[in-house]
Design a protein. Structure first.
Lengths: 398, 85
């Protein structure tokens, strides 16, 4: 069994350099879809958007992330429908792309054993600011990978990919999401690069204090589907976990079974989704946190009743926001369709910028991008007729 | 020997027909990857299995073994079995 070393030392509050970000220089939205990627360039007011694309037309882009350490490198996880998965990199905000020399791939299995194959890279996270070329990737089926050279070559990272205990917790393909079980929400503590979290759908939330040499589950307090054992890590299905930039001791989580908050060094998640309206519930995929206020976060609920339609509840899409850590939630649907809108938002398809007031962005399964320049008070559609959207990442460039 | 490339892989080769060498399909794919870096991983996975929708034909006969023997006069055709929407 893989076990994390315990570390009780309290970490210093994040520095002002990390917690205070300036008004956005210029916001770009990196939009990955089932059939290509687009980059939306915002004007200074975040009102008008220039559409650049398609990139990788016809290929699925599960995630596309701009490196905040240099403000110009984009790494994209790409898979053509019938070809093997790959990674593309751009060092000029998407003007040109270069394919990775060695995309994430599992280790060769010993003779006579059945090895695993990466179907697609699902999640990308730039490493700590002190590791300027390093990236992490999460894959489907679940695997954790790291690049030391800006995403050009990738190697299995840590012991979990081949650890018997972790392989057990990952479950079988039947335990994962319909298009394959995912490793996602790779989070680096800005105060301590050896302190990481990741999550698996399914397979729980996990933490390391030693840079990935050992990991341990962090699932206490999280619910599982009724009838299953809450102590079985395999049964836990976190959909999206986020760390607050202004307080890295605070994590929020949207789970298959509710919305949660965890304030470290506590190890027990608190279900804050119980305060959501009962008719809406607290099921969904994305979780977004405020860049400067750890009490503020947003979710996009979906219909998790009966057969799990995974649409907006009653066809009335709405973001819900909290400004007190989840004690109460406010419906934020001004400008969104009032009814008969049956789309939803996937886990990487909602994000926030660093503006003041903060801008929020969401991409729908029906190919629309919606934006608000005032933390959800008023939404406007800024792009439509795109393919099904898999990710929307807001980033700043010069 | 002559190798025919399907359209999804033209971003690597630029040409529908290329040449590569090898005494087996495995060696041929290694040579193709030297000439067109990255192409092998798109059609063969990390466990040396042919990817689900890739088909390999030698002289119009489908082969399933990556160690299938080849001769210099053979024509190898990579086919992508497109499906879905």
């Amino acid at each position: 069994m893989v076990r994390a070393t315990k570390k009780q030392a309290s970490l210093k509050k994040v520095s002002k350099k990390h917690s205070r970000r300036s008004v956005p220089r210029r916001v770009v939205l990196l939009v990955g879809t089932r059939k290509g990627a687009w980059i939306l360039h915002g004007d200074a007011q975040r009102k008008a958007w220039r559409v650049d694309g398609p990139h990788f037309l016809g290929q699925t882009v599960h995630h596309m992330v701009l490196d905040p350490r240099d403000g110009r490198t984009i790494v994209a996880a790409v898979k053509a429908g019938h070809l093997g998965p790959t990674i593309y990199r751009s060092t000029n905000v998407g003007r040109t792309w270069k394919e990775a020399a060695q995309p994430p791939a599992f280790a060769r299995a010993p003779e006579g054993e059945q090895g695993r194959t990466v179907d697609h890279t699902f999640w990308l996270t730039p490493c700590h600011a002190n590791e300027p070329k390093a990236w992490y990737a999460g894959t489907s089926p679940q695997g954790l990978f790291r690049s030391e050279d800006g995403g050009n070559t990738w190697r299995p990272f840590s012991v979990i990919n081949d650890d018997a205990q972790y392989r057990g917790w990952m479950g079988s393909p039947q335990d994962g999401t319909p298009d394959g079980p995912k490793l996602h929400s790779i989070i680096i503590d800005p105060r301590e690069p050896l302190h990481l979290y990741f999550a698996m759908s399914g397979g729980g939330v996990h933490e390391t204090w030693d840079g990935g040499k050992t990991f341990a589950p962090l699932v206490k307090g999280m619910d599982v589907v009724q009838g299953f054992d809450v102590n079985d890590v395999t049964m836990h299905d976190p959909h999206c976990v986020r760390m607050c930039p202004s307080n890295p001791d605070r994590l929020y989580q949207q789970n298959h079974c509710g919305i949660y908050r965890l304030d470290r060094p506590d190890t027990e998640w608190v279900r804050i989704g119980n305060k959501m309206p009962k008719m809406v519930g607290d099921i969904g995929f994305p979780m977004v946190v405020h860049p400067r206020d750890a009490h503020s976060a947003w979710v996009f609920p979906m219909d998790g009743r009966t057969v799990w339609p995974r649409t907006s509840p009653d066809g009335k899409p709405a973001v819900y926001g909290t400004d007190d850590g989840g004690k109460k939630w406010q419906r934020l649907d001004n400008g969104l369709p009032a009814n008969q809108a049956w789309w939803t938002v996937k886990r990487q398809a909602m994000s926030a910028d660093a503006g003041d007031p903060v801008g929020l962005y969401l991409g729908t399964t029906s190919g629309e991008v919606w934006a608000t320049r005032n933390a959800g008070k008023r939404w406007a559609c800024v792009a439509r007729h795109l393919p099904e959207i898999y990710c929307v990442e807001a980033a700043e460039i010069d | 020997m002559k190798v025919l490339i399907p359209s999804p892989l033209l971003s690597y080769t630029r040409n529908r027909e290329v040449t590569a060498e090898g005494a087996t399909l495995r060696e041929l794919l290694a040579d193709l990857d030297k000439r067109f870096p990255g192409i092998r991983f798109r059609v063969i996975d990390e466990q040396d299995r042919m990817r689900a929708h890739m088909r390999f034909f030698v002289n119009e006969v489908q082969v399933f073994d990556i160690d299938h023997g080849l001769r210099g006069t053979d024509t190898v055709c990579l086919i992508q079995a497109l499906s879905g929407g």
